[in-house]
Structure formats: structure tokens, C-alpha cells
Design a protein around this ligand. Structure first.
Ligand SMILES: [Zn+2]
Length: 163
């Protein structure tokens, strides 16, 4: 079930925005994500590394691998993933298989697709499905509204204008 963001989500989403900026500065796409433990600590961070690793190096799947290797099953269920953009189906499946808890995102995949269309960017080679259609029993919060949503849109646009 998709819900509205909570006020406490903002600081973690702001860290995701910083990672998205780092990603763009490194010549990659504007995606950044963090994992937050039950007691509110950021325990892992990742950004897009498609340019330096492989086309599959989305931050969310990297964090799913990290969680599988470093957290117990119980810890994973209590871990929240914050991310700049709603997972693609690959990352949704990884999130679900690893058994991570709540997902909080800034922009939905649908919004990102619309922004990309406005920039005449080539469309992705896969179909996007909402996260809740792929992961069973996951709590999802998003998208953000107002300034917070505007910030990730701006970072994407700055990046796309360079191309
Ligand atoms: Zn992905």
C-alpha cells in the first residue's frame, strides 16, 4: 500500500539527493539510495555506477546485495530503503528477494518516465511496473511533493541538458 511521506523521511531523502549529485558529477545518472536501520542510522549508501561497473549497477540492487551479505534476515525486515527514484523491476525483485522492509522514494517511475519523454530521451528496454505490483506485502511511501520532488527533477534535468 502506497502512503504519503513522513516528516522524518526528509533527512534521509536529502542524503539520497547528495548521492545523486555525486553520481552526476561522476558522469552517471542521478540516482542515489541509502539503507536506514530500525534505530534511524544510515548503515549503507550507494549511487548509480553504470558508467564504471555495468549497466546493471543501480544503487538499489547494490544495496540489496549489501543487505544480503551483511544483515540478518530479521534486521533486513526492519531496514528501510530510501531512494531518489522508485525501483525499476530488477531492483524491486532484489528488494523483495532480500526481504528488506519499507521503501521510500522521491519520484515515481511514472514521473521519471514523463520527465524523460519531455527531454526526448530514448525509452528503457523494459516495462516498468509499480513496486507494489512486484514486491508482496511491502510498505511504500512516495512520491515526494513540492520542493523535495523539484530538487530531484532539477538534478536530472541538469544532467540531461549536458547530453
Ligand atoms: Zn533498478
Amino acid at each position: 500500500m502506497v502512503q504519503q511521506l513522513k516528516q522524518t523521511d526528509e533527512k534521509y531523502l536529502r542524503r539520497c539527493l547528495e548521492l545523486a549529485n555525486e553520481s552526476v558529477e561522476a558522469g552517471d545518472e542521478a540516482f542515489g539510495s541509502v539503507l536506514v536501520s530500525e534505530d534511524g542510522r544510515i548503515i549503507a549508501e550507494a549511487r548509480n555506477r553504470v558508467n564504471e561497473k555495468t549497466i546493471l549497477a543501480h544503487p538499489e540492487i547494490d544495496l540489496a546485495y549489501w543487505a544480503a551479505e551483511n544483515l540478518s534476515k530479521e534486521e533486513r525486515t526492519k531496514t528501510t530503503m530510501y531512494t531518489t527514484g522508485e525501483h525499476c523491476p530488477m531492483c524491486s525483485a532484489a528488494h523483495g528477494w532480500v526481504g528488506l522492509g519499507t521503501l521510500v522514494y522521491l519520484s515515481s517511475a511514472k514521473q521519471l518516465g514523463e520527465w524523460q519523454t519531455d527531454f526526448n530521451l530514448p525509452s528503457a528496454p523494459i516495462n516498468f511496473l509499480p513496486v507494489e505490483d512486484i514486491i508482496k506485502n511491502v510498505e511504500v511511501r512516495g512520491p515526494a511533493k513540492g520542493d523535495l520532488l523539484g530538487e530531484i527533477k532539477k538534478i536530472h534535468e541538469i544532467n540531461w541538458l549536458k547530453k
